[in-house]
Design a protein around this ligand. Structure first.
Ligand code: PLP
Length: 308
């Protein structure tokens, strides 16, 4: 499984397996700090980001709602404005070891990173000799139409984290490191009792192998259909402010709370959820058919007609 993931994500890279996305991100931060022998330890993350619910990852997460009431949190996390390179330049200091970023902020309301931003971050990290960690826990495993979301930006990260769909429903996450970063972690520096257990790894290997170029093409074309259909809906109903995303990761921002629409869709048999109170997030399974997408969009149209 490690070979298969490294081949797709980072040829020559090394993979650490753990049980959850938060643990994969913890691994990434530990590796980055160890790479600089603990002398540099600050990590720049982004406002509105989500990186997990362990104490350190609450520190990285740039949304107060997840953090309030759980302090004190570990130090060393600075939050910069997303999609705004100058804000990152403002935060860097002599102790910065890494930047961690999602290429689409998922929990944060399905906000895609701009191309210049991610490419600029890569250049910024290179120029300042710090590591670029891409959190692909939500965007990986084909969700955006490529194996990992960062591929759309034509950059190579130093560390990538994956989870969620990786285990095909079983708990497995991974931290993939390029050789220079991986070499900082020596046996015994980090570990997990159940990390890399054979059952979850077998499920993950089967899942990863299912992500073929044909499947990615399907994700892309079904995603385009979903996005175009929702854009059509937004022309009809003023309460829809924005449609955005990539592949089968699509957000519909409303000018009102979205929870009633989520309930309405569920009653009709469609599962979506609501983030940031007003963003309906669609993350359908890749086996979804165009007819299901059309049915869901018609159900949403009925809802908007009812509330006008
Ligand atoms: N990072 C991102 C981008 C996520 O979306 C999530 C979960 O929603 C996590 C990290 C945390 O993953 P887990 O819940 O498996 O710890």
């Amino acid at each position: 499984l490690a070979d298969e993931i490294a081949r797709r994500v980072m040829p020559g890279g090394k993979v650490f397996f753990c049980n959850s996305g938060a643990e994969a991100n913890e691994t990434a931060v530990k590796a980055a700090r160890k790479y600089f022998d603990g002398e540099k330890y600050e990590v720049i993350s982004f406002l509105n980001s989500f990186h997990g619910r362990t104490l350190a990852m609450l520190g990285a997460t740039g949304q107060a709602g997840y953090r309030d009431g759980f302090g004190p949190l570990p130090e060393g996390f600075l939050h910069a404005e997303y999609n705004f390179l100058a804000a990152v330049e403002d935060k860097i200091g002599s102790k910065t070891c890494a930047v961690i970023v999602e290429v689409i902020q998922g929990e944060g309301g399905v906000i895609p990173a701009e191309r210049d931003f991610i490419r600029g971050l890569r250049k910024f990290c290179d120029e300042n000799h710090i590591l670029l960690i891409i959190d692909e826990i939500q965007t990986g495993m084909g969700r955006t139409g490529s194996f990992c979301g960062y591929e759309h930006y034509g950059i190579t990260p130093d560390i990538v984290t994956m989870g969620k769909a990786l285990g095909g429903g079983l708990p497995l996450a991974a931290c993939i490191m390029n050789p220079k970063t991986a070499s900082a972690l020596k046996p015994g520096d980090h570990g997990s009792t159940f990390g890399g257990n054979p059952v979850c790894c077998a499920a993950a290997l089967a899942s990863v192998r299912m992500i073929t170029p044909e499947l990615l093409h399907e994700v892309e074309s079904k995603g385009r259909h979903l996005m175009e259909s929702l854009k059509g809906l937004s022309e009809e109903f003023e309460r829809i402010r924005d449609i955005r995303g990539r592949g089968l990761m699509v957000g519909m921002e409303l000018d009102m709370a979205g929870s009633e629409l989520v309930k309405y869709l569920l009653e009709k048999g469609y599962i979506a959820n609501c983030t940031r109170e007003s963003v309906i997030r669609f993350l359908p399974p890749f086996i979804i058919e165009k007819e299901d997408i059309d049915g869901m969009v018609s159900a949403a149209a009925e809802y908007f007609r009812e509330i006008i």
